[in-house]
Design a protein around this ligand. Structure first.
Ligand code: HEC
Ligand code: HEC
Length: 459
């Protein structure tokens, strides 16, 4: 290409060529997309548009069990008993409020939407999973039913870290430090590793499950053979059903292979509800009150109900982007690509088959993720490796719907622990493989940075 042609191409891309916009970008979830949005605050709560009315029944049953609080056993509502003995929250919706995003906690305040994963160095020889903290297990359970102590009281402190944009203007990022007081069973292991996780929003998850595994395998480049600095690692996690490794897709480190696993894992780890998939209560060996507490049946949630909650979680619709081709949004979209953001936040996919979900198959979707693990540098790292993920690895999160979070949840906290206050801070925390991308953003003009954010807000 001649120098002239190259220069005009660059100008064209930076201006966001409207011809380059595909009408399907207005419907990020393909035929599942929620087309008519009555209220921005309800943007994440609707079923896939192409679900038949019979199929909507399963959705609404799942919805009820997602939103209602579970209670301690024994109780008159046997379908919803078995909470705890120890737990992080009584309902899925406590953390995923309106199917949305959790917030980071204020200093010294109780942490409501953020959970702390715990482990000690080493891995299980069979499953490859990190070893749980010997007394407190794999996750801190701050709350408990009557007569059983909660495990401890976690809080966060924030330290402001100043930085400067390329144009000389300043910004400040906040770095968290976690403190766990009132430990009920004595001190934790000296080498305990703590990984904070904020609840992500819940849209389009079945579509992400339907992205073909072959696409992920083909996209991964763990040894950077193409030399572009972007690696991408497929997460492989233990599946208790088949007792083998499966590709991980869900959670901040892609620790669960399917929405069903993630749902059963959340019932067990967050609510203390046992299922056929995860049958054990998590009472440490010395937690006698916890071990002696009554349960709500074995298991506490049956497979049929578990399937309905997973059905619900799989079929929440991504909202439409009717204004996706506004000039400013297109310009921001061009910059998003020029800055290399799409190397990981891959815009477009075509879904394959997901058993039992014909509505999700063959959809052209725009989630902005590759579902792969990337090293984002030590600043974001949690020093807690999980299966194929190092301490610095995180799964590229989908960006669709993030512009609605302030309306749905009343905050704009982003990243795995909610440390970023808005899009700019989220980008400025990117390091490791994403450092060139972050630097392109940091060194861009204030106008161009604002355009990228306008684009992100439109997703
Ligand atoms: C204590 C807060 C909390 C509660 C309660 C909770 N979740 Fe979550 N949820 C999270 C966090 C944190 C993650 C990310 C987990 C990770 O990184 O491993 C998550 C992730 C998920 C995901 C995967 C989303 C994605 O984008 O990968 C699904 C699905 C999910 N939760 C469903 C549920 C269901 C169903 C329930 C109720 C049974 C529930 N959650 C209860 C905090 C919570
Ligand atoms: C090397 C891969 C990679 C590149 C390049 C990259 N990102 Fe990310 N991005 C990630 C990962 C991984 C995370 C999750 C990090 C975390 O939570 O700690 C993330 C998180 C985000 C988030 C927060 C999402 C959420 O759900 O909280 C936003 C917004 C974002 N990226 C935007 C961008 C933009 C804009 C660019 C380009 C300037 C970019 N990213 C470049 C991998 C990448």
């Amino acid at each position: 290409m001649t120098r002239f042609a190259l220069a005009s191409l660059v100008v064209l891309v930076a201006c966001g060529d409207p011809d380059d916009f595909d009408a399907s970008e207005r419907l990020p979830g393909g035929d599942t997309t929620l087309r008519l949005l009555v209220s921005r605050s309800q943007a994440f709560t609707f079923p896939a548009s192409n679900l038949s009315s019979e199929r909507r029944e399963a959705f609404f049953t799942g919805n009820a069990f997602f939103n209602q609080a579970w209670v301690a056993a024994p109780a008159s509502t046997t379908a919803r008993d078995g909470l705890g003995p120890t737990f992080v929250a009584p309902a899925c919706s406590t953390c995923h409020f309106r199917d949305g995003r959790g917030a980071a906690a204020e200093p010294g305040e109780p942490m409501v939407d953020v959970l702390l994963r715990l482990s000690v160095p080493g891995t299980d020889p069979v499953t490859g999973e990190p070893l749980p903290e010997p007394v407190y297990g794999g996750q801190l359970q701050p709350f408990a039913i009557d007569g059983v102590p909660g495990e401890g009281r976690p809080t966060v402190e924030w330290t402001e870290v100043p930085g400067t944009y390329g144009d000389g203007s300043g910004y400040s990022l906040r770095r968290p430090t976690y403190v766990i007081d009132e430990l009920a069973h004595g001190p934790m292991a000296a080498d305990v590793r703590i990984s904070p996780r904020v609840a992500p929003h819940m849209i389009g998850l079945g579509l992400l499950e339907a992205i073909p595994a072959e696409w992920l395998e083909a996209r991964a480049d763990p040894d950077d053979l193409d030399g572009d600095g972007i690696r991408g690692v497929v997460q492989r996690v233990w599946d208790p059903l088949t007792e083998s490794l499966m590709i991980g897709r869900f959670g901040w480190k892609a620790e669960q292979p399917t929405v069903l696993h993630q749902t059963a894992g959340a019932f067990n780890g967050d609510l203390g509800i046992t299922s056929s998939l995860f049958p054990g209560e998590h009472c440490g060996p010395t937690q006698t009150e916890c071990r002696d507490a009554p349960n709500g049946g074995e298991p506490e949630i049956d497979d049929e109900l578990l399937d309905k909650v997973a059905f619900y979680a799989r079929t929440l619709a991504p909202p439409a982007r009717p204004n996706g081709d506004d000039p400013d949004i297109l310009e921001g979209r061009g910059l998003f690509r020029d800055f290399g953001c799409t190397d990981c936040h891959v815009a477009e996919h075509v879904t394959g088959a997901l058993e039992g979900f014909p509505e999700l198959e063959g959809q052209r979707i725009w989630p902005y993720t590759d579902l792969l693990l990337h090293d984002l540098g030590p600043e974001l790292g949690d020093d807690r490796p999980v299966q194929s993920a190092s301490g610095n690895h995180w799964r590229t999160p989908p960006l669709w719907g993030l512009g609605f979070v302030p309306s749905v949840n009343g905050h704009d906290d982003l990243l795995h622990d909610g440390r970023a206050r808005g899009f700019a801070e989220a980008i400025l925390w990117h390091g490791g493989e994403a450092e060139p991308s972050r630097e392109a953003f940091r060194n861009a003009s204030a106008e161009d940075r604002a355009l990228v954010i306008t684009f992100l807000e439109s997703l």
